[in-house]
Design a protein around this ligand. Structure first.
Ligand code: ZN
Length: 249
């Protein structure tokens, strides 16, 4: 079976500007996310970062990507609109997209959602307990308990300015009382999108075993499963379809 080709996109700014982040993620957050995926032989993994030419997302890279993961925070505005449009077109064709944590405000996520994607937040070293809404969902496969915990996380709280998700897989509950739709699936065109809230840069969240498991499961879930559309049209020969008016029933 051919491998799922994942491109892990990282903004790669905090890692250089905040010593604490560099200590937790010596290879960058993207490096840690990539290493987690590479534990599973199902994946081929590439890395792309903001500072690369075309942010590492050339036409060739996008053409050879089944799933892209997206972590950004401080430099959403530095992401070129043309690249965002290319990523969006690929998602509509069928490429999977996993948007992580502060990626909720990325150009690509807001463009695909069509809403503000705003939320409320607080940095207070709170424990987060993430409840599984749908234990049968492929994204939470292998999690044996009704919830798992992240010892310290930035609080993200409702209201979350997203359209109603196709699937709400997880809800996070924070020590301070807030709740948040922490794991949501959206369908756009031929593509699947998974938004996953954990991942504030000053905590070692992408080293967390359950978080790593969810990212592996999610990459498999959002990977293309059927026909890839090109330029918004399915690659199906229309000549073979019956004429809807003259066809006899
Ligand atoms: Zn954060």
């Amino acid at each position: 079976m051919s491998k799922i080709r994942v491109t892990v996109w990282g903004e790669n700014v905090h890692e250089h500007e905040m010593p604490k982040v560099g200590e937790i993620y010596p290879k960058g957050m993207h490096g840690c996310i990539a290493d987690g995926l590479l534990e599973d032989p199902a994946f081929d993994v590439k890395i792309a970062t903001l500072d690369m030419p075309e942010h590492g997302l050339t036409d060739e890279v996008l053409e050879e990507t089944d799933v892209i993961t997206w972590w950004g925070h401080a430099a959403h505005h530095k992401v070129d609109d043309e690249i965002v449009n290319k990523v969006k077109r690929r998602v509509l064709e069928g490429m999977g997209l996993i948007v992580l944590h502060s990626g909720h405000y990325s150009k690509i996520f807001r463009s695909l959602m069509g809403t503000t994607c705003s939320l409320c937040w607080r940095e207070a070293d709170e424990r987060e307990r993430i409840w599984i809404c749908n234990p049968g969902h492929p994204i939470v496969k292998g999690i044996e308990s009704p919830y798992f915990e992240i010892p310290m996380e930035e609080m993200y709280g409702e209201p979350f300015g997203i359209p109603e998700p196709s699937e709400t897989v997880m809800i996070g509950h924070f020590e301070g009382g807030n709740v948040f739709r922490s794991g949501c699936v959206f369908l756009r065109g031929n593509g699947r999108i998974f938004y996953f809230q954990p991942g504030h840069e000053t905590y070692p969240i992408y080293h967390h075993e359950t978080v790593k498991l969810i990212l592996k499961n999610a990459a498999k879930y959002v990977a293309p499963h059927g026909t890839i559309w090109k330029d918004g049209a399915p690659m199906i020969p229309v000549e073979s379809a019956p004429d809807p008016i003259s066809a006899k029933h």
